[in-house]
Structures are given as C-alpha cells and as structure tokens.
Design a protein around this ligand. Structure first.
Ligand code: SF4
Length: 169
C-alpha cells in the first residue's frame, strides 16, 4: 500500500431509520480500498476509541460526533449538512492517512473496551412509559436505535448520560 491509505472517497448522507423527521443525518464516506490494516494504529492513537479486532470495526467519539470505521467505509453521526459531513470526513481521512504514515512509530493496539449495554440493558435504564418524546413509538424502539447508533442519547429526557455510561462499563 502507498503512504496515503485513503486516496478518494464517495460521500452519502442518509436519514436515520425510524426517525424521518430528524434534523440530522448519518454520513458515510465509502472508500475504494480496505483500510482495516490501520485500525490497530488508530485504536492506539485516537482518544475514546473502541475496537473489535475480529469483527474489524473501530468506533471513536470526538467533538460530539461518533465515527464507525469498517474496512471500506467511515460512518459519521450526527451531521447536519453535506458541507459538515464533507469537512468531518476529510478531517478524519487526513488523520487516518497521517497515522498510517507514522505507523512505524506506533505500537498497534488490538484491544477493545467492555462492550456497551445491549438493547435490553439500555431498555432497563428507560422508564418504559412509551411517552414518544424521543420521536420513537416505544422505549424499546428507542433502545434499539440507540444501540445501532441511529439515535442520540439526549433525545430521551428521562435517560441520564451518567447512568448510560455507568452501564456501558
Ligand atoms: S422519550 Fe424516553 S421514556 Fe419516552 S418513549 Fe422515548 S425512550 Fe421511552
């Protein structure tokens, strides 16, 4: 592979499932080449990353965005416009290329954090009133969307971030 791991990408914005009225999107940067070789180096260098080496998925958070790296794509959520998605994707691609270039100096890390709570674990943190304030028909639908990264925690006013993070440990 060359010094630049990612040379080009195609950007796509998708409306989150089960939330057609959302004022945000999920962005995908589709890549031409498999970038999974860089994941252990990204895991070592990025703050707040979580890595599944076998499954080839790396998750990272920063600036209130979540990034999911898979062999041929980088997903970013939430984004509010194509311009924002393009700027975030290009910033992350520059970071990936820089880390790839410096990989000789970095100790790769194939470890991951404890898995986040499963759907039932998230559901148990919710009051179960199905009040719909989050935009989902039921607490279970919201828990499912949150687990799949297609909903944001703050959409439910009854779920504390602290409790969620505690359950994720
Ligand atoms: S806002 Fe919270 S309590 Fe209400 S339905 Fe959504 S998840 Fe359940």
């Amino acid at each position: 592979m060359s010094e630049r791991l990612i040379c080009g990408y195609t950007l796509k914005l998708v409306t989150p499932e089960c939330h057609a009225d959302a004022d945000w999107f999920r962005a995908y940067a589709y890549l031409q080449d498999d970038i999974s070789e860089v994941f252990p180096y990204l895991n070592a260098e990025l703050d707040n990353s979580d890595y599944d080496h076998e499954g080839k998925i790396l998750l990272a958070t920063g600036d209130r965005k979540k990034y999911a790296f898979r062999p041929y794509e980088i997903a970013i959520v939430p984004v509010t416009s194509r311009e924002e998605a393009k700027s975030l994707a290009e910033r992350m691609i520059a970071t990936v290329n820089d880390i790839w270039k410096r990989r000789g100096e970095i100790e790769p890390d194939t470890g991951g954090r404890e898995p986040p709570p499963d759907i039932l674990g998230i559901y148990k943190l919710l009051p179960g009133t199905n009040c719909k304030q989050c935009g989902y028909a039921t607490c279970l639908a919201f828990a499912t969307a949150l687990r799949k990264d297609s909903a944001r925690l703050r959409l439910c006013p009854h779920l504390s971030e602290q409790d969620y993070l505690k359950a994720a440990r």
